[in-house]
Design a protein around this ligand. Structure first.
Ligand SMILES: C[S@@+](CC[C@H](N)C(=O)[O-])C[C@H]1O[C@@H](n2cnc3c(N)ncnc32)[C@H](O)[C@@H]1O
Length: 437
């Protein structure tokens, strides 16, 4: 790394050296690449090398992997030797995959070269690469963490060998933001999803390199530039209400927050409706997502209201559940950089106007696997006027954005009821099941 000085912590240097020695770099297909790295980790552990110790502490014995303790993969032999599955699990986790069986895909060579320019502080080379491929700034790593180039500036949550910090990290981040990098893009790490600023705040390396404050100013400025609406245009509901969704969570439970999962969601879950990776769009304070997580399913809840997301995260921690929650706009779910097998919308759909619903349904399609299911629970207009909830929709309005030409087919629509704090007997609702085609 000639030119700009680059801070490399000793532990990172040891892992870099092991990676280079493993020859894994030359292999674009990720499974053989990490297989070679796993072999090198095993040999390094047998030889008592520092690099193996760093990797084992980070990816096998750290408290965050507690829930895996008791599985053969998490137990170390007394001599510190690693089994082959243990070394593979370490190599997988070092690249953001949850398990060895998840490892797959092929590296994008242009993206990988751009990552090296970012972490090497080679701003002119980075500029040339962005000019040649303007979409680079939105591309994602093929590794399990799905990092963007901007995430690499935080030196956290990505592969350890690349957790290095160039002296001009703040300028690199500013260059990426100027080129259109999304500061809210989510990285998948440590069992959750995080934007670059959160990763920076929990990263030791930029602090040790003396650039954390400057980097935070650059990334924080883009955050501050976002107003109370998080930098997105207010939705039709927010325009009508005259305040952002987040404010609904500031003074005690919101009218829809019954502090328990909706009975209709509990029934759906009991009938086995949720399978695979589940997304709860507009999750609020997380009761529905937490109920689904309590059944052993992998769940991500997203909401534009940061306060609600924090409350959901606190509940998950207090209940010992592994559900993940993130601040994200359901109208731009592609920014999550991942897909789901089942999606739940409990009382979000009806808050959008007709145009937003079309946008929302297209956004949902970007993160739902073909054949995946979407369940929508929304207020309906099928009841006495004095019993209806806000923004009631007709069955026709509910079906419209999923009609021919969309990426969805409507499987069923039935009358339901949604519990609220203002109507303990329930508010007329629709329960609709859609399939991604
Ligand atoms: C009526 S509440 C329902 C909350 C939760 N699903 C429940 O059942 O308690 C609607 C939720 O959608 C969220 N929301 C509104 N617009 C959103 C958007 N564009 N993206 C993500 N969440 C949104 C709001 O912040 C609010 O938490």
């Amino acid at each position: 790394m000639a030119g700009t000085p680059v801070y490399v912590a000793p532990a990172v240097a040891a892992v870099r050296e092991l990676w280079d020695r493993s020859g894994a770099r030359a292999e674009p297909a990720i499974k053989p690449q990490l297989s070679g790295f796993a072999d090198a980790i095993r040999a390094a552990a047998a030889a008592g090398e520092d690099a193996a110790d760093v990797l084992v502490r980070n990816w096998l014995t750290a408290p965050r992997w507690r829930s895996d303790q008791g599985s053969p993969d998490a137990e170390l032999s007394s001599a510190g030797a690693l089994s082959s599955p243990q070394a593979q699990l370490i190599a997988a986790r070092d690249h953001g995959f949850t398990s060895w069986s998840d490892v797959g895909g092929t590296c994008d060579p242009i993206f990988e070269l751009a990552v090296d320019a970012v972490i090497g502080g080679r701003i002119e080379e980075l500029g040339r690469r962005l000019d040649d491929s303007p979409d680079l700034v939105r591309r994602r790593s093929a590794y399990g963490h799905r990092a963007t180039l901007l995430h690499y500036t935080a030196a956290n949550g990505v592969e350890i060998r690349r957790q290095v910090v160039p002296g001009n990290a703040a300028q690199i981040a500013a260059r990426l933001l100027d080129a259109g990098a999304d500061p809210d893009a989510a990285l998948h790490a440590y069992g959750g999803t995080f934007d670059t600023l959160s990763m920076l705040r929990s990263s030791a390396h930029p602090r040790d390199a003396g650039v954390a404050a400057e980097l935070e100013r650059v990334l924080g400025h883009s955050e501050r530039a976002c107003d109370a609406y998080g930098g997105r245009p207010p939705t039709s509901h927010e325009r009508q209400a005259g305040r952002p969704w987040d404010e609904s969570y500031h003074d005690g439970p919101a009218p829809w927050d019954i502090e328990a999962p909706q009975p209709a969601v509990v029934r759906l879950a009991g009938a086995g409706a949720f399978a695979g990776a589940v997304l709860d769009a507009g999750c609020g304070t997380g009761e529905n997502a937490l109920h689904i997580a309590s059944l052993g399913l992998e769940v991500l809840g997203v909401d534009v209201a940061r306060t609600a997301v924090s409350m959901a995260q606190e509940k998950a921690a207090a209940r010992g559940l592994t559900a993940a929650f993130a601040t994200a706009d359901a109208l731009h779910l592609n920014r999550l950089g991942r897909t789901f097998d089942t999606v739940l919308d409990c009382a979000l759909f009806h808050t959008f106007d007709r145009d937003e619903r079309r946008e929302y349904v297209a956004s949902l399609a970007t993160v739902t696997v073909r054949g995946g299911r979407l369940y929508v629970l929304c207020f309906s207009d099928a009841g006495r006027a004095d019993t209806l909830g806000p923004h009631p929709v007709s069955e026709e309005e509910l079906r419209a954005p999923f009609a021919a030409g969309s990426d969805w087919s409507v499987c069923a629509v039935s009358a339901e009821s949604l519990q609220t704090r203002f109507s303990p007997h329930g508010v007329p609702a629709w329960l609709a099941a859609m399939q991604r085609i």
